[in-house]
Ligand binder design. Structure first.
Ligand SMILES: [Zn+2]
Length: 201
């Protein structure tokens, strides 16, 4: 079983101050969360820098990802090292996800840039039911949506600054291996948790 923060922005997102170096250092220092997904806005450029730094450590793992802005709301793709071709309609992005066998996640459905109830019109793989910067109410609505759609729920901090890293995490019943983690998420072998401060660093 691993604990992962599945939604993180690095400085390759224009609105984040989390450098790849800070992310890797915090992941190395954390005593239970050892897996982090880099999900920058509309780019995968932060990935190689982060991976290069993470390479020196055998007990941490960086999951490649991206958060795509579609007209209907944000969609996270986990397990991709490229971005879909434009225009980024929901259908295009989901077709890409199926082609590339990566995981599509509706991020913070009930917040600004969230898809809201529209999500139920689409075949996605998971719903972000616990977002570190959403209100408890918005997260509750997201949980209800996942239940109604019978989809796995995942957690991600949506950190844009270092103090926001790892505030929530997803427990995945898988070893420290990207393919196995992604498969387990798809199967719903996951649970979502707020990270207790006492076990932080
Ligand atoms: Zn985000």
């Amino acid at each position: 079983m691993i604990q992962a923060d599945l939604h993180i922005h690095t400085t390759y997102s224009s609105d984040s101050t989390v450098t790849p170096k800070i992310l890797v250092e915090k992941l190395v220092a954390h005593n239970s969360i050892k897996v982090a997904a880099v999900t920058d806005h509309d780019t995968i450029r932060g990935l190689s820098a982060t991976r290069k730094l993470a390479k020196a450590y055998t007990d941490i793992l960086i999951i490649p990802g991206v958060e795509i802005s579609t007209p209907e709301g944000d969609l996270i793709l986990l397990g991709t090292e490229e971005t879909p071709s434009q225009p980024w309609t929901v259908e295009e992005v989901l077709d890409f996800a199926r082609d590339k066998d990566c995981i599509s996640v509706v991020s913070h459905p009930y917040r600004e840039y969230g898809m809201g109830d529209l999500a139920s019109n689409y075949k996605v793989d998971a719903i972000e039911v616990l977002n570190g910067v959403s209100t408890p109410h918005a997260n509750k609505l997201a949980q209800n949506l996942a239940k109604a759609m019978r989809l796995p729920g995942i957690a991600g901090s949506d950190a844009h600054q270092s103090s926001e890293l790892f505030t929530v995490h997803t427990k995945v019943q898988a070893p420290l291996d990207i393919d196995k983690i992604l498969k387990a998420i798809k199967k719903g072998l996951v649970s979502t948790h707020s990270t207790s401060r006492s076990i932080h660093f």
